[in-house]
Design a protein around this ligand. Structure first.
Ligand SMILES: Nc1ncnc2c1ncn2[C@@H]1O[C@H](COP(=O)(O)OP(=O)(O)OP(=O)(O)O)[C@@H](O)[C@H]1O
Ligand SMILES: [Mg+2]
Length: 506
């Protein structure tokens, strides 16, 4: 007899349907697996055999052939176990055929017959829904994440024995429901009120958070750059439902997250020794890189000048397009990468306080060249974070500084204005606007047009720089609650653009 069971395989951060066909016929006992399986999939035969026997079910002593279709796609990982076991049960007449129609399954098996969780439950559920399935059977641990896909019945099952009971109609689990979204920011989360001085860096951080712009902070050691950047999550707006689904799906594929809908935007801060493929994704079965794990959130590159040139250059395409295109062998995969880049570095290599610095102009120039021109061109705000003056650093009167919660309110209002304006365009914030949207929503008055014209004529702005300045000015106007961009807003945006990244390198 022949049975075919639908399941799903992860491809990047999406899932693709795979049909597991199992044929059972008389002959010498054998279990053959075809359809480009990798080592983990081939080992499924042993797990399936032991799991069936330990669940008081029969493993037919006949000739078994299993095919994973489409046969042209390479299959990796243990998540095909459950579909294979179910295929054997159906093809050997141990469960009724009708019971499995319209149902997809996914899960790993332990030798005892218990179901183990797999990675990418939400991506799988979204794939199953898109393919028109009504039900998805998954291990209990994956159920709440899979249930985030609306309009699909997700049935949590703990063991193979329970699955057989379900298909015989002897037992039916309660369909899974999503767990309420988590919220990790407690009262002890770092607050911008802890940072003394650094008014310019705080202003730049607020603008960057409001519009999702890229930011570079340059300053001497110990000025508070890392401190400011690490407080960004506290002022970021919460993700919208659609953004949260994207974040949760990616976290599920990467084995991060707790199965609940993400309540916060991701903040990823990889070490500077990271490889190019660690940053943008790669591997023989391509996996998402840090820029994808930071999708709809922040990628923080501290000490950015210490990252390898190859890693930084690999960021150029994803930063511009909002996705990373990875080609390995004959496969090409696209990973989402709409990320806000925040970077920090020193103005020179000696890392001594400004007064003690002995670096000469050549040292500084060489250091500044570690950041390529094209990468710097993608940074919307370059801000100098000088060491705060003594009067600001030393707290003599117990003066209370502005708290992150207050700044966040302003950021949220500015984002709401953007969402309202960009609704239906596919862009969520000003930084997401393409050239056409930028021109439509970044209209300037006569005076501001003259100022912008002057900047372009002086050679200070590239074509990309022109668009980025308009988007930044639009965000500054949104923060001020203004419908139009004024010359003052444009002036501030140009100031961030033209600031020299490293003292002498202008
Ligand atoms: N402006 C500031 N206000 C309050 N504390 C500060 C400030 N700047 C630095 N500090 C204190 O010094 C510590 C180190 O600061 P931080 O790591 O942010 O410096 P940095 O600018 O990133 O230096 P580096 O270039 O060496 O990485 C902070 O954890 C904080 O305790
Ligand atoms: Mg630092």
């Amino acid at each position: 007899m022949l049975a075919s069971i639908p399941t799903f395989a992860l491809v990047g951060v999406d899932s693709r349907e795979v049909t597991v066909e199992v044929d059972v016929r008389r002959g010498l006992p054998a279990f053959t697996l075809v359809g480009l399986p990798d080592a983990a999939v081939r080992e499924a035969r042993e797990r399936v055999r032991a799991a069936l026997l330990n669940s008081s079910l029969d493993f037919p002593l006949q000739r078994l052939t299993a095919n994973l279709a489409p046969a042209s796609m390479r299959k990796a990982g243990p998540s095909f176990d459950l579909a294979l076991a179910l295929g054997v049960l159906a093809a050997s007449g141990q469960v009724p055929f009708e019971a499995v129609s319209g149902t997809a399954v996914c899960g790993e098996l332990s030798l005892s017959g218990a179901l183990r969780p797999f990675r990418g439950a939400l991506a799988t559920a979204l794939g199953a829904r898109a393919a028109g399935y009504e039900r998805l059977i998954v291990p209990v641990e994956n159920a709440s994440e899979a249930a985030l896909a609306d309009g699909l019945e997700v049935l949590p099952v703990g063991s193979l024995q329970r699955l057989a009971d379900l298909l015989h109609g002897r037992w039916r689990p309660e369909p899974a429901r999503p767990r309420p979204a988590g919220n990790d920011t407690g009262p002890h989360a770092p607050d911008l009120a802890d940072v003394r001085g650094q008014a310019d860096a705080k202003r730049a951080l607020e603008i960057a958070a409001a519009g999702g712009h890229n930011l570079l902070m340059v300053g001497p050691p110990g000025a508070g750059k890392t401190m400011v950047a690490r407080r960004l999550p506290g002022i970021l707006p919460p993700p919208s439902f659609d953004e949260a689904l994207e974040i949760t799906r990616i976290q599920g594929v990467a084995g991060l997250g707790d199965g609940r809908l993400a309540a916060e935007r991701p903040f990823r801060a990889p070490h500077h020794t990271i490889s190019p493929s660690g940053l943008v994704g790669g591997g023989s079965y391509p996996r998402p890189g840090e820029i994808t794990l930071a999708h709809r959130g922040v990628l923080f590159l501290d000490e950015v000048a210490e990252f390898s040139r190859a890693a930084l250059e690999a960021l150029r395409q994803p930063l511009e397009d909002g996705f990373a295109e990875i080609t390995r062998g004959q496969r090409s995969l696209t990973f989402p990468a709409r990320t806000m880049l925040v970077a920090a570095c020193n103005p020179c290599p000696c890392a001594r306080p400004a007064g003690d610095c002995r670096c000469n102009d050549v040292d500084r120039l060489r250091y500044s060249r570690r950041l390529s021109g094209p990468l710097l061109d993608r940074i919307d705000l370059v801000c100098q974070a000088a060491a705060p003056p003594a009067a600001e650093l030393v707290d003599r009167h117990g003066e209370a500084l502005e708290r992150s919660s207050v700044i966040r309110e302003r950021v949220i209002s500015a984002r709401e204005r953007q969402c309202h304006r960009l609704g239906g365009s596919g862009a969520y914030c000003n930084a997401d606007m393409d050239g056409r949207l930028t021109r439509r929503h970044g209209a300037l008055g006569d005076e501001a047009v003259e100022r912008l014209l002057g900047s372009v004529e002086q050679g200070g702005l590239t074509g990309r720089g022109h668009d980025r300045v308009l988007r930044l000015a639009r965000t500054i106007a949104d923060l001020a609650g203004r419908p139009c961009i004024s010359p003052t807003h444009l002036e501030e945006a140009l100031g961030y653009r033209l600031a020299s990244p490293v003292g002498i390198a202008a």
